[in-house]
Design a binder for this molecule. Structure first.
Ligand SMILES: [Zn+2]
Ligand SMILES: [Zn+2]
Length: 124
């Protein structure tokens, strides 16, 4: 009787588990729907390497998973990092509107190196 209520730990555990299943669901759908090619660097992936390909949400809302896949984009883990880094930088730029607007380089070679050799701590 005293065990009829879930502890907060158990609830968290259940939510994490459900979330994982949910993610696995859209990942599989996206991989079925799209060719295994990174949408940025156009690298191709085979089954052995496909775990390096991530499902990116174009509107950055992971709960927005339309069945037609219109919110998904397959990106390799490096380009995926870049994509999210770019977003962070954009937000930072918008947050402080001081100074003249410089033309931004989409891909800095140093950022690419950091992505290639970093530990990938920014990926979700
Ligand atoms: Zn890529
Ligand atoms: Zn993403």
């Amino acid at each position: 009787m005293s065990n009829s209520k879930e502890t907060s730990e158990e609830i968290l555990d259940r939510i994490r588990h459900e979330h994982q299943q949910h993610q696995a669901g859209y990942r599989e759908q996206a991989l079925k729907m799209y060719p295994w090619i990174c949408g940025r660097c156009t690298r191709e992936f085979e089954a052995k390497k496909v775990r390096e390909l991530t499902v990116h949400h174009k509107d950055h809302n992971h709960d927005n998973n339309p069945a037609d896949g219109s919110n998904w984009e397959l990106l390799c883990i490096y380009c995926h990092d870049q994509e999210h880094m770019r977003e962070v930088e954009q937000q930072r730029a918008e947050a402080k509107p001081s100074g003249p607007t410089k033309p931004t380089l989409g891909h800095s070679p140093f950022a690419a190196l950091a992505g290639a050799f970093g530990d990938g701590k920014t990926k979700h």
